[in-house]
Design a protein around this ligand. Structure first.
Ligand code: SAH
Ligand code: SF4
Ligand code: F3S
Length: 490
């Protein structure tokens, strides 16, 4: 078996955390020697190219690097640079190749620099082959299943001097006990599940992130409590399809060992438990799948004081015919009925979405259906994507791939419709006083701070740095489209 393609690697679970801590220590010895030799601290930069889950992985990677002793920096002229890659669309992929040339230049000036590539793109064998052949200056390559091995891989690289490639095809093991470095003090993401079993026909995620695997509730609760004790007030619970949470949980070993799991725990059950955590003020989650959105979940959100009334509900297409080809398991009518039900039970809800334009075989009529749903669902905002052909997915082999000019034309029309709809709904809270979690100083205007409503919309208002991380009451004086201007109420 080649080192690079070890299937479902077995890990000695009991000892793995200790093993990795030992590697962290060994790397620290190297770092201290090197710092003495150079007379300066060693720096590390971790760049995220993908989604919130990718960002959470980056926090884990930076946590390990900081534990070794690296000083985190934002710039890429650092002693270690990690690109945590994404491959969901081709342009995410191309961006990485585009920037590697620049990294090579930094390395020519600093020969001890380590360039590390990881994340979803590295789970594609063609990508790894290309890096092995044409990007010899890359020091370490690993994938999505073994990020906890970072210190071990660095140690191996330092001792062998050759390019290290370690990609697993899948795993049923995730090591959670290593340190993380959070980007924000007051908010954080927490994984509730890994992987995806949905196989939407356009999507590469199930191939690069592996099978769906839920974390035991007790682990999620403990991690949340630790974060709250450390100053976190808002948590975003992460998974590719959060409302199928718990489906396979009862079969896993972790679940058997946990006293809290007796029967199937649903996502709604989990939310109810998380609601009880004192000091946790806001609960968000991403991403729910419309096909699994139960009445129980709607009721739970409606009854909760903490779960934010913002739902990201990916549509992908408004045409039932295309939705079928996408393997989404809902129709236009079912989606709209779900939106109606949600709005009835949670009247102040903000709904946002993801839409793909130009899926193979999409006709003008199909596209009109998408515009129709955008108008009827009254989205606060929408992420719009041009269909990107991903090798290995069923849609890549479909006939009738849509020509570029048609897609561009539809994409522009979709953007205009989304803007029109979101403009008409986003001012609906004008004049009201609402809770705002202050996130930082305003980038554009001195004396202002920026925060978020529960609906996720940004608000700018007069305030000082000390407010960062606090929840304050703000009167929403004027809607500017994507954000509000406001005044803090004392
Ligand atoms: N699990 C989530 C998010 C998946 S990736 C979900 O089901 O919604 C985020 C978004 O990227 C998707 O919602 C989809 O709109 C978009 N996307 C995924 N694959 C794509 C592709 N091949 N081309 C264009 N957009 C894609
Ligand atoms: Fe991709 Fe569909 Fe899974 Fe989302 S639910 S990650 S779009 S396969
Ligand atoms: Fe990209 Fe991987 Fe997320 S492909 S969208 S980083 S799961």
């Amino acid at each position: 078996m080649s080192k690079e393609m070890q299937e479902n690697m077995q890990v000695d679970r009991a000892n793995e955390a200790d093993i990795q801590r030992a590697y962290i220590e060994k790397c620290r010895e190297y770092l201290l020697d090197k710092e003495k030799e150079l007379g300066r601290p060693l720096t590390a930069c971790v760049n995220t190219f993908g989604c919130q889950m990718n960002a959470r992985d980056s926090e884990k990677l930076l946590g390990i690097l900081e534990e070794i002793g690296y000083k985190p920096v934002e710039t890429e002229d650092a002693d270690i640079v990690i690109y945590n890659t994404c491959t969901v669309r081709e342009n995410a992929n191309l961006r990485v190749y585009g920037r590697l040339g620049q990294l090579h230049k930094f390395k020519e000036k600093n020969p001890d620099m380590l360039i590390i590539l990881c994340g979803c793109m590295m789970q594609e064998p063609e990508v790894v082959e290309k890096i092995r052949k044409s990007y010899r200056f890359v020091d370490i390559v690993f994938g999505t299943f073994n990020i906890f091995k970072l210190a071990e891989l660095i140690h191996t690289r330092l001792n062998t001097g050759s390019q290290i490639i370690d990609i697993w095809k899948g795993t049923d093991y995730v090591l959670e006990q290593l340190p993380t470095d959070r980007k924000y003090k007051f908010k954080s993401g927490v994984n509730i599940m890994y992987g995806c079993d949905n196989f939407c026909s356009y999507c590469i995620v199930p191939y690069v992130r592996g099978r769906e695997m839920s974390r035991p509730p007790i682990d999620i609760i403990r991690e949340s409590e630790r974060l709250v004790a450390d100053g976190v007030r808002e948590i975003m619970y992460l998974g590719q399809n959060v409302n199928s949470y718990g489906k396979k949980l009862e079969e896993t070993e972790e679940a058997k060992g946990s006293q809290d799991v007796t029967e199937r725990v649903t996502f709604a059950d989990l939310l109810k438990e998380l609601e009880k955590i004192e000091g946790l003020d806001r609960i968000r989650f991403m991403t729910p799948h419309p096909k699994d959105f139960s009445d129980e979940l709607i009721e739970t959100i409606a009854a909760s004081d903490k779960v934010c009334h913002h739902l990201h509900l990916p549509l992908q297409s408004g045409s039932s015919r295309i939705l079928k080809a996408m393997n989404r398991h809902y129709t236009k009518e079912q989606y709209l009925a779900l939106v109606d039900k949600i709005r009835e039970k949670i009247p102040d809800v903000s709904i946002t979405t993801d839409i793909i334009v130009g899926f193979p075989g999409e006709t003008e009529e199909d596209f009109e259906d998408t515009l129709d749903v955008v108008r009827q669902a009254k989205y606060d905002s929408a992420y719009t994507f041009i269909y990107s052909k991903r090798t290995g997915t069923p849609a890549a082999k479909m006939e009738n791939q849509i020509d570029e000019a048609t897609v561009k034309n539809r994409f522009d029309r979709l953007l205009a419709t989304v803007a029109e709809v979101s403009h008409s709904v986003s001012a609906r809270f004008e004049g009201q006083v609402m809770d705002v979690l202050v996130e930082g100083l305003d980038d554009h205007e001195e004396g202002l701070v920026t925060g978020r409503l529960k609906s996720n919309m940004l608000v700018h208002f007069k305030g000082k740095e000390e407010l960062i991380g606090q929840i304050v009451q703000v009167k929403l004086t004027e809607c500017k489209g994507f954000y509000y201007l406001g005044e803090m109420i004392n």
